[in-house]
Design a protein around this ligand. Structure first.
Ligand SMILES: *Cc1c(COP(=O)(O)O)cnc(C)c1O
Length: 409
C-alpha cells in the first residue's frame, strides 16, 4: 500500500486480520470456529465500558499502573545529546509488561465462561504472568514450554509451579518456544469447551496480534499524558524506542503514536553475535524473509528450504523466530524503522543503566537502550527520546555474571 493512500495507520487489521500482506488467519478447519468465536467475543468486550473498567481497576491495584515515566538525567548527561526518558514497565507486578496483556485475555476468558487457561512460554516470563493471574482468579493453568527451555529456565519453572500451574515440557520439534506454541494450539483444538489460549505476544492468528496490541497500548497511552504533564501540553516524544521479541511491548508503546508523523518510531531486534549468514541472531526483519508460522504471515528466520531457524540471543525473551505481522507491515511501508543490536552492545547498555541510573534492566530492554546510546549523542538537547524499560533484570543476573566472568558459585 503506497504511503499517501493511508489515512490512518491505526485502521489495521482488515476484516481478515491482515496488515497489508501480513497477518491473517492461516489455521486448520478445526481451529477456525474457535478463532471466530474469540474474535466475536473480543469485539463485544472492546466496546463494553465495564470490560475496561475491570481492566483499569486491576491495572491500578494489582499491577501497579500507571508505571512512572522517568527522566534518566545522568544517562542523558553522560551521552551528551537527547533528553532520555524511560517508561518504567519493569516496575509492574511480575517484573515486565507481559501482565498487561495477560489480564486482558483472562478477563475475556472469564466472560466467555472458560475455566482452563493454556499458554506457551519461552524464557518463562509469559508463563509466570499467566500462572499469576490464574492463581488470582482460581483458574486452572497449563503452560507449554520447550523441554530445552525447561532445563535452561529452572527458576521460572519453579515460580509457575508455586503459583499452581502445570508446566508441560514439549519434546516435539526442537523443544523450544516455536514447538511449545504448536502444542498449545493442538491442546486448544482438543479442549474446545472449557479452554482459553492466552498468547504472550502480538503473534498467532487474527485476532491475537490486534488484541494483544490493544491491551499493551496502555503503555503508549500513559506516555502521552505523562510526557505532556512533565514537558508541557501537547508535547510528544520525538523518538520512541523499544526492543522486539515477538513485538508486544514495542507495539504497546508505538501504537498510540502511529498517526503522529513527527514521532520517529524505532524497533530494536536482537542481533545476537551479529546479523550475518551464520544466522546467530533473532533479527527476523533485518535478517529474515516472509513466510507463514503460527497462523499468520510475517517475516521469519528460515533457511533456504523454508525451515524455521531457532535464532540466537543472549536474551532468552527475544529469541522468537518471527515478529508480529503489524511490525512487518510498518516496516514495509516505512512508518517504523527496525535496527539490530548485538549481545555485546546490549551488555554494555545493561551495565551503564546499573551504574548511572541505579536500574538493573532486563537484557531485552538493554537492546533498546543500546540503540538509544548510539543515536542520543548526535541529537540536540531538546530532542526527547522515550525508551521502553519493559522488564527488570533480576532474572538475567546469572547470564550477565557468566558473560562478565564473575563467579556466582
Ligand atoms: C517477553 C519479553 C520481551 C519480548 O516480548 P515482546 O512481545 O517483543 O515484548 C521483551 N522484554 C521482556 C522484559 C520480556 O519479558
Amino acid at each position: 500500500m503506497p504511503d499517501d493512500l493511508i489515512n490512518s495507520y491505526k485502521t489495521g487489521p482488515d476484516e481478515n486480520g491482515r496488515f497489508g500482506d501480513f497477518g491473517g488467519r492461516f489455521v486448520s478447519e478445526t481451529l477456525m470456529p474457535l478463532i471466530l468465536r474469540l474474535e466475536a467475543e473480543y469485539e463485544k468486550a472492546k466496546t463494553d465500558q465495564s470490560f475496561w473498567d475491570e481492566m483499569d481497576d486491576l491495572w491500578t491495584h494489582y499491577v501497579g499502573r500507571p508505571s512512572p515515566l522517568y527522566h534518566a538525567e545522568r544517562l542523558s548527561e553522560h551521552l551528551g545529546g537527547a533528553k532520555i526518558y524511560m517508561k518504567r514497565d519493569e516496575l509492574n507486578h511480575t517484573g515486565a509488561h507481559k501482565i498487561n496483556n495477560v489480564l486482558g485475555q483472562i478477563i475475556l476468558a472469564r466472560r466467555m465462561g472458560k475455566t482452563r487457561i493454556i499458554a506457551e512460554t519461552g524464557a518463562g516470563q509469559h508463563g509466570v504472568a499467566t500462572a499469576t493471574v490464574c492463581a488470582k482468579f482460581g483458574l486452572k493453568c497449563v503452560v507449554y514450554m520447550g523441554a530445552h527451555d525447561v532445563e535452561r529456565q529452572k527458576p521460572n519453572v519453579f515460580r509457575m509451579r508455586l503459583l499452581g500451574a502445570e508446566v508441560v515440557p514439549v519434546t516435539s520439534g526442537r523443544g523450544t518456544l516455536k514447538d511449545a506454541m504448536n502444542d498449545a494450539l493442538r491442546d486448544w483444538v482438543t479442549n474446545v469447551r472449557d479452554t482459553f489460549y492466552c498468547i504472550g505476544t502480538v503473534a498467532g492468528p487474527h485476532p491475537y496480534p490486534a488484541m494483544v496490541r490493544d491491551f499493551q497500548a496502555i503503555i503508549g497511552k500513559e506516555v502521552r499524558w505523562q510526557l505532556a504533564e512533565q514537558e508541557g501540553e501537547g508535547r510528544l516524544p520525538d523518538t520512541v524506542v523499544a526492543a522486539i521479541g515477538g513485538g508486544s511491548n514495542a507495539m504497546g508503546l508505538f501504537f498510540p503514536f502511529l498517526d503522529d508523523p513527527e514521532v520517529k518510531i524505532i524497533g530494536v531486534e536482537a542481533g545476537g553475535k551479529g546479523v550475518n549468514e551464520k544466522m546467530e541472531h533473532c533479527a527476523s526483519l533485518t535478517g529474515g524473509r516472509p513466510g507463514v508460522l503460527h497462523g499468520n504471515r510475517t517475516y521469519l528466520l528460515q533457511d533456504d528450504d523454508g525451515q524455521i531457524l531457532e535464532g540466537f540471543s543472549i536474551s532468552a525473551g527475544l529469541d522468537y523466530p518471527g515478529i508480529g505481522p503489524e511490525h512487518a507491515w510498518l516496516h514495509d511501508i516505512g512508518r517504523a524503522e527496525y535496527v539490530s543490536i548485538t549481545d555485546k552492545e546490549a551488555l554494555g547498555a545493561f551495565q551503564l543503566s546499573c551504574a548511572l541510573e541505579g536500574i538493573i534492566p532486563a537484557l531485552e530492554p538493554s537492546h533498546a537502550l543500546a540503540h538509544v546510546m548510539k543515536i542520543a549523542p548526535d541529537l540536540p538537547k531538546d530532542h526527547i527520546i522515550v525508551m521502553n524499560m519493559c522488564g527488570r533484570g533480576d532474572k538475567d543476573i546469572f547470564a550477565v555474571a557468566q558473560h562478565l566472568g564473575f563467579d556466582m558459585a
